[in-house]
Each structure stands twice: as C-alpha cells, then as structure tokens.
Design a binder for this molecule. Sequence first.
Ligand code: B12
Ligand code: SF4
Length: 458
Amino acid sequence: MKIYLVSANRERNPYPVAPLGVLHLAEALRREKHEVRVIDLCVCNNVADAIKKSFLRFSPDVIGVSIRNIDNLSYPGIISYLADIKGTIDNLRKQSQAPVILGGSAFSIFPEKLLKYLNCDIGVIGEGEKAITELLKAIETGKKNFSGIDNVIWADGDTFYKNKTSHTEKNNYIVNRDLVDNKFYSAAGGMGNLQTKRGCQFDCCYCTYPIIEGKKYRLRDPDIVADEMEKAHKKHRINHFFFVDNIFNFPCDHAKEVCRSVIKKKLSAKWSCFANPHNITEELLVLMKKAGCENIEFGTDALSAMVLRRLGKSFTMKDVFRTSKLCKKTGIKCAHYVMFGGPGENPETLQEAFDNIERLECNAVIAMVGIRIYPGTDLEKLALEEGIITKEKDLLMPHFYLSNKIPLDVLLKKVTKFSRENAKCIVPGMGIKSSDKMYETLRKYYHDGPLWGYLGKA
Ligand code: B12
Ligand code: SF4
C-alpha cells in the first residue's frame, strides 16, 4: 500500500527534534513492502502549502499522523499545540479521503480524547511497528473491525474499542534517515536521536513513560545501535547524538555494552542522554566518556529529601550529590531537571532545594514550576484527593499540580529571585535564562549539543 507518514510536531525549542518514531515505523513498513513517504512539518514554514504540494506528488491509500507533543509542559508560560494539530488534520482531509491513523507519544497518553478532538477513528497506543503493519493488512482487505490487533483503538460510530496493549518490538534494524532533512536539524543544533531500548521499570508518581513505552525493557542489540550511530555520523554528518531512552543507565549492563560497541567504532561523534542518579558508578561514567558522552541530563525531579520521596523517586539526595561529583571527576557535563511545587513542597523544602543547588557540582539546573497532571498517574489521584483538580477537568488541556502548602505567588516570587541570583538555575517556563533569542545567539558559537551549560553565561 501507499502510505504517507506525517509528523505533526512543529516545536523548535529547545531545538528541533527529528521524528524518530516515524522513522521506526517507516522502516517496519518498508520491510513489509509498503511504499512510504514522510511529511515532516517541523521543516516547513507553511503547513497548508507543504501538504498540498506533497499530495500532488503522491496519493496515499492510508495516512499516519504522528503526535509527539500536545503542549510544552511549562508553567506559567503554557503553550498548547492542539489547535495547530487540528489544523494539520483538516489540511490532510482537504487533500485526501484516505483513512487516517493517529499515533505517537502524546497520542498514547490521550488516545480516546485525541481521536474525538481530531475527529478521527483509528489510533495506535504505544509502540507502533507491529500494530500499523497489522492495521494495513486489515484495511487492505476492507475490514472495519480491528479487534485482535494489540495497541489499536478505534471507533465504530460513537463507540470506542480499545484493544489490549503489548510492548514486544525489538527494533533491531537501522532506520533510514534519508527520509528526513538531516541538514535542517543539524543546522539548528538538533541532536541526532537514537534509541538503545524501550521501557522504564520505575514508578514515579507523575510519569507517563511507563504508559507510553511499557515497564518491561526491550533492549536493542548494542552493535545495531553503534552501526546506526556510525551510519548517521558518516552518511548524514550528524556529529552530536541524543539517546532518547527514558533512562540511559538502566539496565546498567546494557548501557555498558552499548558504550563498548560505540567505542569499537572509533567515531569522533559526541552524545548526550537522560540518566537516573540511582546506581551511577565511576566505571559506567568512564565507559560513557570513552564512547563520546559529553553531557548527561538527570531526571532528578526534586532537590529536597521529602519531595523526592513523595514523587516516588528511587534515589536519595546523597545519590544526587555523589553522582554529580562523579560526573565532574570524569569530565562529563551534567544538568539536573527539577520541578518546584511538587507533592509536599513547602517553604522549608523549597529553601532546602535552593541550598542544595548552591552546593551541587553541576553545570545547570533546569527548573519547572508545577507538574503537568496526566491521566492514569498517581499524581492525578493525589490532585483529585487534594482538590487541585475535579473529575470534570479535561486534562487534554494542561493542568499543573502545585502544592497547596505554599501559596503560588510566594512560590513564583521565591523561584524568580533565586534563579535570577544563581547562575546555574534556568527556568524555561518563566523565561529565566531561556529565550528564543538566547538560543539563536548561542547556537552561533556552540553548535553541537545542549545549550544549558552556556545559558547562565549568556
Ligand atoms: C527524548 C525526549 C525528548 C528529548 C528529544 C531529544 C532528541 N534529539 O530527540 C528532548 C529533551 C529534547 C525533549 C524535548 C521536548 N519534549 Co520530550 N520526550 C522525549 C521522550 C523521552 C522520548 C521521545 C522519543 O524519541 N521516543 C522514541 C521514538 C522511537 O518513539 P515514539 O516517537 O514514541 O514513536 C513510537 C510510538 O509513539 C509510535 N508512533 C509514533 N508516531 C506514530 C504515528 C502513527 C501513525 C502510529 C501508528 C504510531 C506512531 O510508534 C513509534 C515506534 O514504536 C518522550 C517520552 C516518551 N517516552 O515517549 C518525551 C515527550 C515526547 N516530550 C514531551 C514534551 C512536551 C517535550 C517538550 C515540548 C518539552 C519542553 N518544553 O522542552 C520538548 C519539545 C522538543 C521538540 N522540539 O519537539 C512530552 C509530550 C507530551 C505532551 N504533554 O505534549 C513527552 C511524551 C514526555 C511527557 N510525558 O511529558 N524530549
Ligand atoms: S520519571 Fe524517569 S525513572 Fe521515573 S518512571 Fe518516568 S522515566 Fe522512569
């Protein structure tokens, strides 16, 4: 069949991100002998025009739309992309009657709500390779009932049917990056994205990653990961990569194997990743550094002992200090992502977090205020119990958990004052050491990799 895969994401901050999920799907479909084309709306200036021109060249039997982001998670500077995505679907409908299948990480969090909002009737929750190939077989034979295809949600009239979800894909193949404009992404500082595994074993109270990817790990063959990096580096001149795994360092043995495979390639490419301060050893950091790791972004989430516990994090402040010190020792730059105003936050825990930031040996602390509440999480339950949201609240529009133990105006004032005085603390949602202009200026000097190490100096 002929398929258009459309990446609806148009966000270019903190840098544009190539549609890796779409590339994985495209490879799975190519292997089943389907003819696949990609429309990446991030590289277009005029969506309607880009879609119209694309449909003059290729008329698909099925259209897949990837919905990665629906909002920017930033309080109080909230941006919702929903209207933009709706405009994209309307534009696609103007060009073609082909069935539209939705998928992607944001879609997987709100499948039914997004199908309704976008007036579509087929979607895939979680990983999409197997589901989309089976859906195409069903559509090709004229089926309108998709029961039995794992991960699929579909509507028959006003009734929605949600099949069971499974996470089984090994994805041991190399994606075809010819399908995206790598030059555009590299020029804008976008790090080449690569995945070493799927899944997260932890249970942090607010997090959707286990919902999107499942809890059981599916590990990619480390040699395939290294081959993919080599190909992207040599063929597409991508010099800086980002491992998009929820956490690179779990399972630790797999992380080490990936590093060993990358080291064997003797590439000059550098990379960054997300990691968990739990269980980081000097041996792992030395291997990562040798394999080209320059930066680690820790999903630390809180810097006070009590809020860490309330979030359900698996590590303590002792781990955070120890890990940051080890990064410094091994010469890897590190940033900690934190969220002020989480469960139990009060003036004392906030002050504890500020004091800890002063003491932390790290290059940046990227702070958010409040935590976006997602359906199906323990944070949603807590927000309901505490009266922060009501059952009627539509979480498709961003709503934030903000502890009621500290008045919001006090929280915002304290965070503003502290982060203006502390060189390391960046607050994107409040425009503190973070603006489009800053990113643009810094990119002229620091081309590859994340900018957080430089924002305090800008
Ligand atoms: C890595 C990551 C980042 C990195 C990206 C680095 C890079 N160079 O790529 C960084 C830190 C830069 C980042 C930034 C942001 N991110 Co982010 N990020 C992620 C993360 C952890 C993984 C995304 C990924 O690449 N996955 C790997 C690919 C292979 O999987 P996939 O895209 O999900 O695709 C699979 C399925 O979804 C499905 N699928 C995908 N498309 C389609 C289409 C069809 C038709 C079908 C059938 C199936 C299907 O099949 C694919 C293969 O199995 C996700 C959380 C998660 N676990 O998904 C958040 C996530 C996508 N990010 C999110 C957000 C909001 C952002 C930011 C807006 C935050 C901010 N204010 O800065 C920015 C936006 C950046 C941008 N320009 O778009 C949210 C989106 C939800 C929402 N509320 O909108 C997520 C879900 C995290 C969360 N729960 O809050 N991010
Ligand atoms: S916050 Fe990180 S460690 Fe916790 S469940 Fe989410 S991805 Fe896993």
